[in-house]
Every structure is written in structure tokens, then in C-alpha cells.
Design a binder for this molecule. Sequence first.
Ligand code: MG
Length: 312
Amino acid sequence: MTASLVIDDDRLLDLLAPDAVAVRLGGDATWSEGALYLPDQDAVIWSDIPGNRILRWSAADGRVTVDQVGVEFTNGRTLDLAGRVVECSHGRRAVQRREADGALTVLVDRWGAARLNSPNDVVVKSDGTIWFTDPSYGITQPAEGYPGEREYGDHWVFRFDPADGGLTPVVLDVEDPNGLAFSPDESLLYVSDTSASLAPPGVGNHHIRVYDVVGGRHCTNGRVFAEVSPGVADGFRVDVAGNVWTSSHDSVQIFAPDGARLGKIPVPEMVANVCFGGPDRSTLFIAASSGLYRVPTRTRGASPLDLVGVRP
Ligand code: MG
């Protein structure tokens, strides 16, 4: 039996029914991340990183199946403005795109002459640019990729423009950048620091930072948005009102735009990533250790498509 909601602030009840619980949908993964809802299939795919597989849950029959094997250790993923899957690959040290015919296109795998570390999570902005984190877990954790060197010597967040191939570092001051997401109007970029995850107790960070996005392309004024405990904010997404729904070790935690924690949804396995989905984008899907969970919400996930044609 899954535990009931923890309510820290009554604003949580605008977002979730008081009896909302996370229900397990299935899965036999070693470690789950990178959940993505596919609107055209009413299905969710996610990464079993150590299993080097992609799993799939389909709403049509409620079953979990193996979507693909031998996938070069994919991690986070999202949809671009054309509905194509854009995803991170530890094994290729790249951000790649799945074309309509199933072919893979490596979009970016180098910063100058140096290979990227192991792109971890990715979001697409309403101008079509692709923003991703590049920590080194996929080259330091043998189960999550291939051992390798940090060729540019750091861990950055990058902005990639598929229109011209330009790659620009945008956040340089996060020790281990991992999850990322924009606010609904894209004026803010949230980036988590998960440097505490493999460190001894008391060492490293377990917070989400927030940056002002200037001119749609630069990040300034970085500051801590929220401390996440227990565990780290491996992955998170933002709803249409700007609330941040993040992983932690024991739950999904929800933070208001002012940084106040509104409460949490207990999950019986360690949570890694979340995504909004369902036909109306109101279902929260949760990638947690061995499998996928679902909880209905009273809100909807923010989408860059909501801004296309709205912003100049
Ligand atoms: Mg991650």
C-alpha cells in the first residue's frame, strides 16, 4: 500500500486530490530514468540505464514491454517542436534525435575538439534550441556507460541550436548538473546539482538552482531555488503554473515558484525522473528505480508548444 500525500502547504490541493497516490504500472529495470510521454502513441518510454534498454508502457493495454535493447545507455529525453524524440546517450556521449523512420541522428557530441562527458537530461525551448546537462556519470559509473575522460575538464549546461549547429555553454557553476527545465514563460532555467548523490554524507549539493534567461539565450543571476531532501533532484518538470515537480529519494516533491515546498507524493522506490503526459498532459509519470508509476494531477505540464506563435 502506497503512503498518502504529505501536505506542507494547502496550495498543494490545487494541484493534487487529497487522496492522490502513486500507482505502479510495471517494469523490471535496474535503474529507471528519462520517462517521456508520446502523445501519438498514448505511451510512455523510459530508460533502464544499467540494463542498456528502453522500456515502454502503453495505455492501450496497460502492459510494459521492452521497446529497444542495446541503446548505448540512453538517459533523459524530450520531444522537439516537431514531435521527434531528442535524447541523451551516455554511450555515444551525445544528444541524438529519433527520426520519423526510426533512424538516429547524432545532433551534438563535441565541444570543440573535446567529446562531451555524458549528456544526462535535455529540454527543448520554444525557439527550437536544445538545452542539456553534461555531468560525467556515464563515464565514471561503469554500469551506466563506458569509462572515459572528462575531455573539456568540467561539467556544464549547454545550449545547442540545430539550425546552425552552434553549441554554447550556458551554465558553468553547477558542480554536477543533472535535471533541468524552463519556467512556463522560459524566463527562468532550473538546473539541479546532484553532487551529493555519490559523495559521503554531508558532502556535495542536493539543490535546484535557478537562473534568469536573458535574451532567450544566456543565463545570469544563478541562485539556489530549493534544497531537496532526502536524496537529490535527479530530474524534474514544471507545470503550467510554474510549480516544480522533482524527484527525491522517497517521493516526488512539489515546490511553488516562490521556492516553498508544497508537499510530496510518497513513492516506495527511489525516484529519478518525472514527466507529464496523458492526452491532456495532466498525468504525472514517475520513473523510480525498477519501474514506472502514475498519479493524476489537477494541473498540466508546461510545454514549449504553448509558447510557439505567442512569443516573438
Ligand atoms: Mg538524471
